[in-house]
Design a protein around this ligand. Sequence first.
Ligand SMILES: Nc1nc2c(ncn2[C@@H]2O[C@H](COP(=O)(O)OP(=O)(O)OP(=O)(O)O)[C@@H](O)[C@H]2O)c(=O)[nH]1
Ligand SMILES: [Mg+2]
Length: 182
Amino acid sequence: MREHKIVVLGTMGSGKSTLVRAIAEGAVVDTDVLNSDRQGADKASTTVAMDYADIDLPNGDRLRLYGTPGQQRFDFLWPILLQGASGVVLLVDATRSAAADELDAYLAVLRQHAAQVPAVIGISRLDLAPDFDLDACVALAGWDQRVLPVVPVDTRDRDQGLRLMDVLMSEMETHDLVLADG
Ligand SMILES: Nc1nc2c(ncn2[C@@H]2O[C@H](COP(=O)(O)OP(=O)(O)OP(=O)(O)O)[C@@H](O)[C@H]2O)c(=O)[nH]1
Ligand SMILES: [Mg+2]
């Protein structure tokens, strides 16, 4: 049986915990507490260590899914959680005015700590941001020779979450083939 460690990154309120819960259908360990940073994101709770869920896929593979805490004061945890990751989901909250700059900052984190790890970019909360510039995001989505897929996702919806994971798994398969070749 193959196991894949998948790490979910993104700003506060982008839907990391929501995505992990939706995919795991509730069987989740989380470390959410009452949110005192309403400036960062206006919602009731925020993650202070991580979200974690084990998911058995129909093909027999197992996903170990880790949601990171989005608050900047926890940025020291991101590289720790990224250690040994076989895939990364980077969530971008479409409602944030600085979404493009924030995407850039997270790509820099990936480039530094997970440069070779397969990754996808999920654009969340698009229904709340009809004017969001998806093309600008696609243009930013990579570095050097790497191009990351950009996928709109409502993280509350299990099917959309699973579709996002499918895209990530194909990236991971391509990565394995390239490694096997070279
Ligand atoms: N309308 C809408 N709401 C969404 C969508 N995706 C997520 N949400 C909501 O946005 C909020 C996301 O909150 P969390 O999942 O706690 O975000 P997080 O990324 O874990 O945040 P931190 O742990 O604080 O870093 C929740 O209230 C979700 O219901 C979407 O596509 N559309
Ligand atoms: Mg969270």
